[in-house]
Design a protein around this ligand. Structure first.
Ligand SMILES: [Zn+2]
Length: 291
């Protein structure tokens, strides 16, 4: 019995278990970025998982339990997690709440005459670099002895992001400027559009919490026809029926599924932030050209 207890206590204090920092991220894309910087030294739980919609998410008791156990809680900020303040107050969490988008230039969006902040900052890879820097700084603060490892992986990851950014720019450059028009379900690609010179239009606004009006959809269909838009996409975490309706009314084929606010499950094409970008650009470019 004594030996068994000694064995169990050795297991519990083994370096891998003792050093892993318990982290919660609000959604899957951010969770993946935290994992990329933290590596084996972190254990990351994402509240809103693959293919799920953060805008309208309702936290569960198990989410509160995970946050209460966590040493750091990463959120996107910019109003993306509208449920966040109430949720955090409902938990016993007292650790740092790190806003990963801190320092990005916010993009304003006018929706029915009301100006709101666009939260989808991760859809520009240069903003992704800012997220990585914020994640690294927060991890170094909580575990100074691992800061060297976090800095090294953040540098390596940032190089991959910079290289992908160059690939995205080269791919977009192959599309003539007048063809760079895309329709998606909701306005998740404003930062992408500003960064890479593509204009995105959507029947739903910046959030997915409101149904678009019939008049709004009719106006969009008119615009698609008059501007000769060829690229029409559903998203992985929103209802596809509106886009399917627009496809049938305009005769434009749906170009596939873009990953907007959530990753796919692992191995399903967009299991990481970088895979998500590669997937999206791989669909967007031929669709804009009408191939
Ligand atoms: Zn969104």
């Amino acid at each position: 019995m004594r030996w068994l207890l000694l064995f169990i206590s050795l297991l519990l204090t083994s370096p891998a278990m003792a050093e892993q920092i318990q982290i919660v991220a609000s959604f899957s894309i951010l969770g993946d970025m935290v994992k990329a910087v933290g590596g084996d030294r972190v254990n990351v739980t994402s509240i809103v998982g693959p293919n799920a919609d953060t805008h309208v998410y309702e936290p569960k008791p198990s989410d509160a339990a995970a946050v209460t156990r966590a040493q750091i809680f990463f959120v996107n900020g910019l109003g993306f997690e509208g449920w966040m303040d109430r949720f955090v107050q409902s938990t016993d969490y007292t650790g740092p709440l790190v806003v990963a988008s801190q320092g990005v230039t916010p993009r304003d969006f006018v929706d029915d005459g009301v100006t709101v902040t666009d939260p989808h900052a991760w859809q520009s890879l240069s903003n992704g670099l800012i997220y990585v820097r914020n994640i690294k700084t927060a991890l170094c603060k909580i575990a100074p002895s691992s800061c060297g490892a976090f800095t090294a992986s953040a540098q390596d990851y940032s190089q991959q992001i910079i290289s992908l950014d160059a690939d995205v720019r080269a791919a977009i450059a192959s599309v003539s400027p007048e063809q760079r028009k895309v329709i998606t379900t909701h306005d998740a690609f404003g930062y992408f559009g500003t960064a890479y010179g593509v204009s995105f239009l959507a029947p739903e606004g910046i959030s997915t919490d409101a149904e678009p009006s019939a008049a709004g959809v009719a106006k969009l269909i008119e615009q698609i026809r008059s501007e000769g838009v060829k690229a029409l996409f559903i998203e992985n975490m929103t209802d596809p029926r509106l886009i399917q309706q627009i496809a049938s009314e305009t005769g434009i084929k749906v170009g596939g599924e873009l990953f907007a606010d959530a990753l796919s499950f692992p191995g399903r094409g967009a299991g990481s932030y970088l895979e998500m970008f590669r997937h999206n650009i791989g669909l967007l470019v031929p669709a804009m050209k009408g191939d």
